[in-house]
Design a protein around this ligand. Sequence first.
Ligand code: SF4
Ligand code: F3S
Length: 113
Amino acid sequence: MTYVVTEACIKCKYMDCVEVCPVDCFYVGENMLVINPDECIDCGVCEPECPAEAIVPDTDPAAGPWMGLNREYSAKWPNITRKGTPPADADAWNGVPDKFAQHFSPEPGEEKP
Ligand code: SF4
Ligand code: F3S
């Protein structure tokens, strides 16, 4: 089992999740994060930390479309362990539906101080 970041993270990227993960298994893209499913120990502490409610267990039907995305991009993007500054308009994107089709970026992000 693992936890999965869904499209609700896109353009919100609050990064509260990375601060609590005991095994540092978050990876950063230009405008969202993903979880490495092989490293996640299924502790669940990140789920309630996300203001966008973007993190779900893989047993949740909402995880289905995003499991492959987390696996693929956690192998391509850099690791992130510290919360940086969220996008200035993060709150405006919180709850907006269908962000993947319009706004997903495959570009890697970076960990910022
Ligand atoms: Fe990290 Fe636990 Fe969240 Fe998995 S469930 S990503 S181990 S905080
Ligand atoms: Fe994304 Fe939520 Fe983490 S918006 S960066 S999954 S706190």
